[in-house]
Design a protein around this ligand. Structure first.
Ligand code: SF4
Length: 87
């Protein structure tokens, strides 16, 4: 599976997920919360006003709130770049 397709699927599942997908995402988020690669990003406008704040995986550069919805069936290399997720 192409990585771009995996990312698009993760975004879709993040918006429309079933209970099993939600539970898997929550389990992954628990792992990410204890990970040294989780980083907070603050986006500011040219005046320095905060316009957005989110967390990303510094291992792959993906926003974590959608990455945790990476399909279970995806190749291992599309999931946690450090291999920390169980599934
Ligand atoms: S996806 Fe993996 S490497 Fe990235 S923050 Fe989560 S546990 Fe850490």
């Amino acid at each position: 599976m192409n990585k771009f397709i995996t990312i698009m699927k993760a975004w879709g599942i993040a918006s429309f997920h079933n209970e099993e997908q939600k539970q898997l995402a929550e389990e992954r988020m628990e792992v990410c919360n204890g990970c040294e690669f989780l980083g907070e990003i603050n986006l500011s406008d040219v005046s320095g006003n905060l316009i957005d704040n989110y967390f990303m995986c510094r291992g792959c550069g993906c926003p974590i709130k959608t990455k945790i919805y990476t399909p279970k069936s995806s190749p291992k290399e599309h999931k946690c770049p450090q291999g920390k997720w169980i599934d």
